[in-house]
Design a protein around this ligand. Sequence first.
Ligand code: SF4
Length: 348
Amino acid sequence: MISPAGVLTDALPTPLDYAEISREELRERIRARKAALNAVILGHNYQRVEIQDVSDYLGDSLGLSQEAAATDADVIVFCGVHFMAETAKILSPRKTVLMPDLRAGCPMADFVTATALKRLKAEHPGAAVVTYVNSTAEVKAESDICCTSSNAVKVVESIPREQPIIFVPDRNLARYVMERTGRDDIIAWDGYCYVHDDMVLEELDRAKKAHPKALVVVHPEARRELLERADVVTSTSGMVEYAEKHDAVIFGTERGLVDRLKARFPEKTFVPLSGAAVCGNMKLNTLAKLAWSLDHRQHEVVMDESVRSRAETALRRMLELSGGWTAPTEEEKALELAGVHPSGCGCA
Ligand code: SF4
C-alpha cells in the first residue's frame, strides 16, 4: 500500500485490475491514498452510491467546485463529468484536479465548440455571450458571463436591453429565459441535455394518472410542451424546496435526484416524470476507477492558462451577480449529507 513516506508501492496497472479487489479493500486503499496525497473527493449528486459513499463532498457542479476552492487539499478528484472537473480547475488553478474516467463527458456541453462559437460571435458583433455552466472551459473563455439554471433569468436581465444575446448551449433553457424575460433578441444554440429533452408528454400523462393530486415540477432544460403542463418550472435547487413543502410531487428531472429525495422523505410521494431519465455519463465513474485514479494520479485536468483565466472571468461575473459565493449554512450542510445540495446548477 502506502509507505510511511507516502510512496505508493502496490499500484495495479489498469482500472480493470482494481475491479477484482473487494469493495472494502478498495475503500481502504482510497482512504489511505487520499490521506497520503492530501486529496478530497468531490461527488456529484448523480454519481453511483458507491462513489457517494466515499466522497468528502456531495453536491452540484458549481457548489462542488466552490467547495474545492475553499479547501486546503492539494489534490481534487472530481467524480462527475468533464466540464465539472474543468470548473474545479478554473476556480482552483494551483491544485491538481483528477478525473477517474476521461470518457465521462457531458453531451450537452459538447454541442458547442469554441471555434463554432467564435464564428457565431463574428456574425453578431456586439452581442453578449451568456454561457450555461454545462460547457467546456474553451467555450466559457469565449463568453461574457456564465449562468446556471437557477440564475439564468437574472443573468440575462443584467444585459442591457439594446444588446442582443447569444445563449449557449441549451436551447430549452434559452427559450425559457426568453419567455421569462420577454426578450426576443436571444440567439440560442441548438444544444440540449438528452436526459431532460427526452422526457415526453405521454410519460407525464401516465405519472399524472397514477398520482392525480401530485404537483408537477419540471426543470427548464425540458421541452416547452412539458413546461407548459407543469405547475412549477424550476431548477434543482427549487425542486428541493418544493420537496420540503409538498407531500406529493412528480419531478421532471434526472431520477437520481428523485431517488435521493425519496430516501430523505420516505413518507412522501415523489415520482420521476420519466423512469428513463438517467444520465449514463455520470455513472461511468466506479469505485475501481476512483482507486486507480488516486494511485496513478490520473487523469489530470490540464488547461491553458489564458483559457482558464478568461473562463474564470466569465464565471466570477456570474458569481458576483449572484451575490458571490458564501459558505454553506448548517441546513445546506445537512442537505449535502443527505445527498441533496440546494444550490443546484442545471445538471439535473
Ligand atoms: S444530466 Fe444532462 S447536462 Fe448533466 S451531465 Fe448528463 S447530459 Fe450533461
